[in-house]
Design a protein around this ligand. Structure first.
Ligand SMILES: *Cc1c(COP(=O)(O)O)cnc(C)c1O
Length: 390
């Protein structure tokens, strides 16, 4: 039996309970009623296993949770109203005043803001390291380190961590590991299989897949997830709403197909970019030129449609002209949807600070969606022409 087909099409669904409908119902309710006070009392005692109130559990969300946990090879899962909320709950659940975190550098903006702005107010400090070398984890670890925060691959630089090695070191030191797996999704990488404790992803990207829903996923051991449910999840009230959960279930139906298409299209686009004289470098984990290519091949089943490239531009204006000239590829920050997107690094650099000698300033992040590769390539080609002297 193909386990993936079963998870995406059947697992968690109870069609006999709702007229054999193929799509699940959206149980749009805040509240659940009880036959007796005794039933209500039992629910108060164990909200985690009963229907009481939709800030906690909701049947539509529950279908989604079962599927997402199974995809990650996890015992249990929570689904949040954003990836950022999943990060917040996961990290908050692991730290107390006086604790120390080791995080890889360049992590997702709102993880970094949590480490830099919110947690210091509660006397929790963070050290950033280059996570490509295991030694850096070892040397940054202090007596009060409780958490290693990972993101592999990083969604800009694509830097990886050796998940099995980091998990092994963490276990020796009794440190919890969290990995942001948004780039790969559990279809292309399963951090829990390598010994990572908690794995999260922004479901806004590939799981939703249609650029219409914000959501986040957190998977781990049942004991840990239950603890987070009873505290951070219920207390912050950051759980996903039933309709958005339904959209994600719909997204899951085509997840494998979309990922495979995006992963195939990206190779075509990269093949073209390598022939383009204005392209200096491609940064993509499954490209042989990638410095951690061997590790990528070892721990990732495949790479998705997101990569970066560096262009030989003489100014930020040239990069802007290139992006503004695109007729089909959209300028936007997210990824994982049906549509190809581009975002230049220079958009976050004040114009007067732009340094043409710095390749990072000339970097563009590109997401290849589900369009025909030729359609995307043609759009890139005509934009590159705008930069060439006639
Ligand atoms: C988008 C993203 C997030 C945050 O997810 P939201 O759903 O936007 O809150 C976290 N990590 C990575 C790597 C992301 O790309």
């Amino acid at each position: 039996m193909d386990e993936l087909s079963f998870i995406l099409n059947e697992l968690g669904e109870h069609r006999d309970d709702y007229y054999r409908s193929i799509a699940p119902p959206i149980i749009q309710t805040s509240n659940f009623a009880f036959h007796t006070v005794e039933e209500l009392r039992k629910s108060f005692e164990d909200e985690y296993s009963t229907w009481l109130y939709s800030r906690g559990k909701n049947p539509t969300v529950e279908i989604l949770k079962e599927k997402l946990a199974a995809l990650d090879g996890a015992e249990d899962c929570l689904v949040f109203n954003s990836g950022a909320a999943a990060i917040f709950a996961a990290v908050l659940s692991q730290v107390k005043s006086g604790d120390h975190i080791v995080s890889v550098e360049g992590v997702y903006t709102w993880a970094r803001k949590m480490f830099d702005i919110i947690l210091p107010r509660f006397n929790v400090s963070t050290t950033y390291i280059d996570g490509r070398a295991l030694e850096n984890f070892r040397s940054a670890t202090k007596a009060n380190t409780v958490l290693y925060y990972l993101e592999s691959p990083n969604s800009w630089s694509f830097a990886l961590q050796d998940l099995a090695e980091v998990a092994k070191l963490a276990k020796e030191k009794n440190i919890t590991t969290i990995c942001d797996n948004s780039y790969c999704t559990p279809l292309f990488q399963r951090p829990i299989d390598f010994g990572i404790d908690l794995v999260l992803q922004s479901a806004t990207k590939y799981i939703g897949g249609h650029s219409d829903t914000i959501a986040g996923v957190l998977c781990g051991k049942k004991e840990t997830i239950k603890k987070i449910f009873n505290s951070e999840y219920l207390n912050v009230g950051s759980g996903i709403q039933p309709f958005n959960a339904w959209l994600l279930i719909r997204g899951l139906r085509t997840l494998r197909t979309r990922l495979d298409a995006s992963a195939a299209n990206v190779l075509e686009v990269i093949k073209y970019l390598k022939t383009e004289p204005l392209v200096e470098k491609i940064i993509f984990p499954f490209d042989e030129s990638f410095e951690q290519y061997a590790l990528a091949r070892k721990q990732m089943k495949n790479a998705g449609g997101l990569f970066s490239f560096i262009i030989k531009a003489k100014s930020a204006n040239e990069i802007e002209l290139f992006c503004n000239s695109l007729q089909h590829i959209l300028i936007a920050i997210s990824w994982g949807g049906h549509e190809s997107l581009i975002v230049p690094a220079c958009a976050s650099i004040p114009n007067q600070s732009f340094d043409r000698q710095n390749p990072e300033h000339r970097m563009l992040r590109f997401y290849v969606g589900l369009e025909e590769p030729a359609y995307i390539i043609q759009d890139l080609q005509q934009a590159f022409e705008k930069l060439k002297p006639v």
